[in-house]
Every structure is written in C-alpha cells, then in structure tokens.
Design a binder for this molecule. Structure first.
Ligand code: UTP
Length: 297
C-alpha cells in the first residue's frame, strides 16, 4: 500500500543566538516577514502539502509560539464590533483546531537530530515531514507539496537540495550524488558540514525533509556529530548505509535563510515587494538609496 505523509515536525527549540538580543525574549520563529511570523509560512506550506498533524518541538522561552496558534476571542470580538471583517478573517486563518497541533519539549539544545527524535512517540511508524521554519521558500507550488508529490513515486527518504557555491558547502549537509535525474538525484551518502574542499558535491540539504521512521531509530543512538550536536543528516546517512534510498530533490522556488540576519532582510524585502500596498513605496525608497549611493561614489 502506498504510504502518505500526514505528520510534520517543526523543530523550533534552537537558541537563535544569531538574533540576540531579540531572541532573549522573542522566539526566532515568531519574528515577522512583513506581518506574518516565520511559523505561519511554515504551517501554510505544510497544510498545502496535505499535512494534518503539526508537531512543534519547543524549548524554554517559546511560550509566544503556543499563544500565537491559540484562538483570540477578545480580539476577534473587538474586530467584529468595529466591522473589520478582513482583519478578522486574517486572524481566524491563523487559528489551529484542537488536537491538530502538539508541542514536545526539547530540554537541552542538543542539535536538530535530537529535536526530531523528541517527537518520536507522536510519529510512531509512519513517514513524516520535517520543516525548519527559518528556511523560508517562496515558490508557486509550495516546496513541501513538490516533495510530497515526489514521495508518492519514490516512497523513500527525500531531502530538499539546492546548489550552493563551493566556498559555502561547508556550512551545510552535502549530498554525495549517485545518479542525477534532473529534479531528483539518488545518493551514495550525506556529509554534514564537510571541511573546505572536501564536499562530495555542491548540492546542499536545506530545511525540508520527508523521512521514514527508521531515521528515528538511528537517532535513538544519540551519536553526536559536527559541532558536537546530534545531527539529522548523520541519521539519514545511516539509513542509507542500511540499504534504504535517500533522494535529493531540487525544488522550484527561492530559498531565504531566515536564520541569518542578511537572509532575513532579503526575505523581508522580497515579501514586501510582493505586497501591492507596499510595493510602490518600497521601490521608490530603494531607488532613492541606490541613486544616493551612486551619486556619492
Ligand atoms: P540553527 O542551526 O539555525 O540553530 O537550527 P538556532 O539555535 O536556531 O540558531 P543560531 O544558530 O543559534 O542562531 C536549525 C533549526 O533546528 C532547530 C532550530 O530551532 C532551527 O529551526 N534546533 C536546533 C532545535 O530545535 N534544537 C536544537 O538543539 C538545535
């Protein structure tokens, strides 16, 4: 019988140190691109891909995340009273039904692999998706939906992949490509943060995965890898060694690394320019500063 992906894990327990001091009290995933927090983009993408159960792996200080998905009856009432129907709809679209969303706690930031392992009991014996909300992907067809469609064919592990310049490969998990079939590649292995010059390819893994439950069994070993953290890519490489297939998927779309300040700012500009009510004003501001810069040179 063909397997279907209905559960997604959202690991959001990291410290977000690159955004200190903001992340002292604001979870990185609640930070907004224009007016929607990063998690909202992740939830929307998952829903479009057919996900029905949303599992957040959180940590101390991430209470704002849980509040965000709650109903806000008082606010809804106020908007209704004032006839602000459009805003009311926007607000309602962020509510999650009871039982649709679950929160697990990662007590120590031991790494992405460990965060995923924390959700193991809610996954049981099914394939599942992992979405890192700080990787935001602008795409006509949402990235996870593209991957779910590929999974319907492969029925095996799939990781989102994109080409990166050689000098950036050591910041990522990198695929050792066996056969390149265009949007899909089969792999011989994965290397987390290879040393400069030792990357097996320039196809880097980014924050979308569809995985089989055997990856969770590999994470049971709690083996630390690059940076002393329990790495998800190491567990995926382990299942590959055991004979399971792992595919890289070259998604269509533009990925923004919103875990970094520069990536976050780029995404902010790109998403703002997509909004009709902001576009003209922002363009004219960008033009002004570009001209002023040129004139000063
Ligand atoms: P990052 O590598 O971006 O780490 O984690 P971070 O802690 O969020 O941010 P910096 O590097 O300190 O600025 C990638 C993803 O894995 C999650 C993060 O929340 C993020 O979604 N993660 C990482 C965990 O859930 N737990 C961990 O122990 C580590």
């Amino acid at each position: 019988m063909r397997k279907v992906v209905t559960k997604a894990i959202f690991p959001v327990a990291g410290l977000g140190t690159r955004f200190l001091p903001a992340t002292k009290s604001v979870p990185k995933e609640i930070m907004t691109l224009v007016d929607r927090p990063l998690v909202q983009y992740a939830i929307d993408e998952a829903r479009a891909a057919g996900i029905k159960e949303f599992i957040f792996v959180t940590s101390r200080g991430k209470g704002a995340l849980e509040d965000y998905f709650d109903n806000a009856p008082q606010l809804e009432q106020e908007l209704r009273k004032k006839g602000k129907d459009e805003l009311l709809e926007v607000l309602k679209s962020t509510n999650m039904d009871s039982g649709e969303i679950a929160y697990m706690r990662q007590h120590k930031p031991l790494g992405l692999g460990h965060a995923v392992w924390c959700a193991r009991r809610l996954i049981a014996n099914e394939p599942f998706a992992v979405i890192l909300p700080d990787d935001v992907i602008a795409a006509e067809k949402p990235c996870l939906q593209q991957m779910v469609e590929a999974f319907q064919e492969t029925q095996s592990n799939i990781v989102a992949a994109m080409e990166v310049p050689d000098d950036q490969a050591s910041a990522y998990g990198v695929l050792d490509v066996k056969e390149d079939m265009g949007s899909i590649v089969s792999t011989n292995g994965l290397v987390e943060k290879p040393k400069p010059g030792e990357a097996p390819s320039n196809l880097a893994v980014i924050g979308r995965y569809i995985l089989t439950p055997s990856v969770l069994q590999k994470l049971n070993k709690k083996r630390s890898g690059a940076g002393g953290e329990i790495q998800l890519t190491d567990a995926i490489a382990d299942v590959l060694r055991d004979g399971e297939d792992v595919y890289g998927y070259r998604f269509e779309g533009q990925r923004f690394d919103c875990g970094s300040k520069a990536g976050f700012l780029r995404a902010t500009v790109a998403f703002a320019l997509e909004r009709e009510e902001l576009r003209d004003d922002l363009w004219s501001y960008i033009n002004d500063i570009v001209h002023a810069d040129k004139a000063a040179q």
